[in-house]
Design a protein. Sequence first.
Length: 174
Amino acid sequence: MQNISIIKAELHDIEKLQKIGRQTFFETFSESNSEENMQNYLDEGFSIEKLTAELTDTNSEFYFTVLNEEVIGYLKLNFGDSQTELKDNNALEIERIYVSKEFHGKSVGQLLFDKAIEVAKHKNADYIWLGVWEGNPRAINFYKKNGFVEFDKHIFKLGDDEQIDIMMKLNLKN
């Protein structure tokens, strides 16, 4: 797609981040989860307080994909102690890649993924890892296509529902 840019999100972008975060999470998971669990997660996971803490964390970075001044997707990366699990200083975690549903299949996710690779190489990471819900075959296939392999599983709680995430990683060094 033409005219798509990737820009780093800053604290003054918090409302845009909240909007795209809530929208894409809802689009991706609402059909598979109870309305109550979804609403609680959207309220807590994308609260101004939580997003402020994430945006001001020096070991996390957010990037937007922007088309005609509209945010159509975003990426969240974590390093060091801000990683959700492994906390390996030689690794980078992709915590989130989300794209508005209307832009699925248009390489927007690939642009965000490529940005993650660029940042990981810049930070001299040995590997990138992530957790992806086992019920999201579209995302699993995307990561496999990009060279990720499964290495473990963990529990992700959405409200009162315990779900299994497949943990995947991509080695950047031989």
